[in-house]
Design a protein around this ligand. Sequence first.
Ligand code: AMP
Ligand code: MG
Length: 415
Amino acid sequence: VSNLISVTEAQEHIINEFKPLPSETIPLEEVLGRVLYTDLYANTDLPSFTNSSMDGYAIRSIDSVTASPDHPISLSITLDIPAGSDPNTAISKGQAARIMTGAVLPEGADTVIPIEDVKLAANHSDYGSSSQAILTHPIKPGEYIRFRGDDLIHGTVFMKAGKEITPGDIGLLASLGIVEVPVYKHPKIAILATGDELIEPNQLLEPGKIRNSNSSILAAIIQKYHGNILDLGIAPDNPEVIYNILHYAAKQSVDLIITTAGVSVGAYDHVRNIIQEHGKVDIWRVNMRPGKPLVFGNFQGVPTIGLPGNPVSAFVGFMVFIVPVLRKLSDLPPFQRRRFFAKLSERVESDGRESYLRGHVGYENGEWNAKLSGHQSSGNLVSLAQANALLIIPSGVKSVPVGSLVEVWPLTEDI
Ligand code: AMP
Ligand code: MG
């Protein structure tokens, strides 16, 4: 097994073959999870006007200085300012304005008293000159006021290139009226399943045939990581047909071609030879489990990865080698993924290759625990479906006892 290349070496080689994609401008509704292409500058102050953060009364703090329970001060309510209105009247000495949350602070006022802290001489909803707001204690200037520019100052950078856009970012963009956003383009990825035994998921099983599950798995991960899919369907184990399809894909300006199966040492495994003949094979066979018989190179100049045929191997191969590439295409840090350690609640055997085992991780009694989610045969999709994490066993390790810490790569959002 000395001719196997290590996972890390293969990852580094593969990632170096890619560089970030150019930009495109897309509507605000579509930017969730996309990566910002340029720094963005505030086109206004936020808030863009000084306003009240409470329903209450806007006053001049100086008018309240001598207020006390024994010597209350009474201010005439001369103005009513609902949210959305533009008060063009000031308040002056001895006056107050009834003001709603988010409404413009009137000229003259420098503080707000919440409605709960004010006694009214007249009907609450009334604000005519007969209505009086009665203060029983002094109010400091600047209370319950959101000043213009408190949140963001016009002309400053509020979002940096390279940021993955979150719902919070989208709110900020909306509040600034930015409805077209420059982001990194999504990669276009061709996927091709190969194998004489394959039929489509919507076809009835016949003797010797199995349904193509790899393409569905790959399409789903590509979708999850925001790639565009060019689905090339199924090719038989026929070199000429496979060549023709790959040649077609290479002409479609895809950023990556992914094939599955036909890269092992079987009599009908043609994919590696085809890539070799019409491009270059840089990597073949990686010291990992599952996923050893993996090919990486280029077909007619287009980066091409030949993943193994077994569905779990194809899945793991994609996660380990292609997810970092997708991150790099959007200029994200190459291999930043959520990983942590969990305590094994069962003994785990490996074979010394770097292993990515289907596992189930849960938080019990104040700690993270991990166990296998089922049989680890690389054709076994049930244990993949039941896994919420991959458990990573380093190369060289053949057995991990109960209670050891194992590195966990979450596959779902709930852990
Ligand atoms: P191969 O790499 O061609 O030897 O395939 C390895 C195993 O993966 C075989 O059992 C294949 O039948 C299976 N396989 C290959 N392609 C697919 C696919 N697209 N979907 C599900 N299983 C597949
Ligand atoms: Mg085959």
